[in-house]
Design a protein around this ligand. Structure first.
Ligand SMILES: Nc1ncnc2c1ncn2[C@@H]1O[C@H](COP(=O)(O)OP(=O)(O)OP(=O)(O)O)[C@@H](O)[C@H]1O
Ligand SMILES: [Mg+2]
Length: 444
């Protein structure tokens, strides 16, 4: 449930409760006042009837005249008066039902405030024999209509006030949520690696503090990423330099010494007996074996072909040796010839990326098919080299897999060239890596 929805719900419920409690309070008061009014009307009517009876002084003619007056009373507020000569002759049913009020009372209000039926009666002996019953019955409809008129205004006022409070709170929250949205956008940017994102100055003090703290954090992240990148690139450069040095040493020192050993052994061939010859042959064979091993090491450390014959030849050599060791995997290699002219300083980096990908494929993928595709994308103002490497192996879940130095190194190599690196994979779905490297303006 979103915070905005929860706050709206809470405010709506609070307003509903306030209006409901107000309505209950008003209804309760109205009921009490209707009850008191009606009760006092009935009591008053009974007292007046007592007084009227006393004034007749038991005189039959005066009693009849008074009863007639009573029977003709009209518009008796809150009351219905029945004058009845028993056993059943009704002399007059006064206060006939009135016209409905202009502003009809809602049935729920009438139901809530109508008191229980309230009645009173007096029996009068007449000289004619049959007693006369004067009954007074409460009629609260006038009082209820009046109570509704008062309650109605109050209820409308409460509803308008509640709506106004709701609107003000909603507007204020709406403004606050704009700031929350801005902060969320910034955090999402950071999550996606966009550390350059900065938040603006925000109106509300608390949000502005968050915005400033965010900007400081983003600043620190940018700095540490810059430092990390510089460190990684430096370590890649040192690594490359070391490899070049070791490869050179192997070639110059070890290779020369090995050649010397082999020449000396060969010169001994004619001077030794049969046993000695076998030993000399063994030394020469070992020297040849060591030559092969050393050359393989040198190739891994620094592909000489890269400087001499270029990227295509080095890759073909790398792939051929790799295929020798992994004969069950098909490698589909495609290389656009124009790439060679534009590769320049990127050659060693592109070579290392293919080398690392092939190593990873052996280590983790269990693939049957590998595709390596180099092409030139002609775009103004700069062309770029695009390298696609994909395998049909196990793939992996990037969320749950810790990147080693291999993938990190690839990214850093590409970053140092100002290019883009993209890796797509999912468990069971192989791995596809796409690299885009901007080329120098002129072909090399
Ligand atoms: N082609 C692939 N198929 C399946 N999983 C792969 C593939 N390439 C990389 N991975 C997964 O990604 C992880 C990170 O690879 P990365 O090359 O960065 O590190 P590493 O090979 O484990 O160590 P390092 O390269 O530093 O020796 C690997 O541990 C592996 O789980
Ligand atoms: Mg690796």
């Amino acid at each position: 449930m979103s915070l905005r929805f929860r706050l709206n719900l809470t405010i709506s419920l609070t307003m509903f409760i306030i209006v409901s409690v107000g309505a209950l309070f008003i209804t309760h008061n109205a009921r009490r006042s209707v009850l008191e009014e009606v009760r006092s009307s009935v009591n008053m009517a009974l007292q007046l009837i007592d007084a009227g009876l006393q004034q007749t002084g038991g005189d039959e003619a005066r009693l009849r005249a008074w009863l007639s007056e009573l029977a003709h009373l009209e518009n008796t507020r809150h009351l219905r008066i029945h004058v009845q000569q028993l056993p059943e002759k009704i002399i007059k049913l006064d206060s006939p039902p009135r016209d409905k009020a202009e502003n009809p009372v809602p049935s729920w209000f009438a139901w809530a405030v109508t008191p229980e039926l309230m009645t009173g009666e007096k029996m009068v002996e007449s000289s004619g024999g049959n007693p006369i019953r004067i009954s007074v019955e409460a009629d609260p409809s006038d009082e209820i209509a009046e109570a509704w008129r008062e309650a109605e205004d109050f209820l409308y006022l409460m509803i308008i006030l509640a709506a106004a409070v709701y609107a003000v709170v909603h507007f204020t929250l709406g403004r606050a949520f704009v700031s929350v949205g801005v902060i969320l956008q910034g955090l999402e940017g950071i999550e996606q690696g966009n550390y350059e994102k900065r938040l603006p100055h925000l109106d509300l003090l608390e949000f502005d503090r968050i915005s400033q703290a965010f900007n400081h954090t983003a600043e620190a992240l940018t700095r540490s990423r810059r430092e990390n990148r510089a460190l990684t690139q430096q370590s890649l450069a040192i690594q490359e330099e070391e490899r070049r040095y070791i490869s050179q040493e192997l070639h110059d020192e070890f290779g020369q010494s090995l050649s010397a050993v082999k020449v000396m052994a060969a010169s001994l061939k004619k001077r030794v007996d049969d046993d000695g010859l076998m030993a000399v042959e063994a030394i020469i064979e070992s020297c040849d074996h060591m030559f092969i091993e050393v050359r393989a090491m040198m190739r891994r450390l620094r592909p000489m072909l890269l400087d001499e014959l270029g990227l295509r030849a080095s890759l073909e050599d790398l792939i051929a040796h790799w295929r020798n060791r992994n004969q069950r995997v098909e490698v589909d290699f495609h290389y656009d010839d124009e790439v060679e002219q534009y590769a320049g300083d990127a050659k060693i980096h592109l070579f290392r990326i293919v080398q690392e990908c092939l190593t990873n494929i052996v280590k983790y993928a269990g693939a049957r098919q590998v595709s390596i595709d180099f092409r030139l994308s002609a775009r103004t103002p700069l062309h770029s080299i695009i390298l696609d490497i994909s395998d049909d192996g196990k793939g992996f879940n990037p969320e749950q897999t810790r990147s080693g130095f291999g993938l990190l190194g690839m990214k850093e190599r590409i970053a140092s060239l100002g290019g883009e690196f993209d890796l797509t994979t999912r468990p069971g779905g192989g791995v596809a890596i796409t690299v885009r490297v901007p080329c120098p303006r002129e072909p090399g």
